[in-house]
Write a protein of this length. Sequence first.
Length: 87
Amino acid sequence: MPRSKDAFEHVRPLDFKAPEDVLDADMMYTTYEIARLLQGLDPERDLDAETEAVLLDWAIPWIMVNAESFVFAKPTADDEPGYYGLA
């Protein structure tokens, strides 16, 4: 249900980081790793499935909006994710 802005102590602008501020130019990452990095977490950190799903909800649109900044590598196996890196 919508809430009045007055119900919140602090609101701030929605500000997304640029891909080059999040990723190392020499590395390739899965969407799961990118999702963690966007939150300032270690890309190899274990997360419960529910938390990971929430982080992916933020990461996937961020990747799509910044698609021109990325290159893609096919997964190494059918059951593995693909990898993304800076163009």
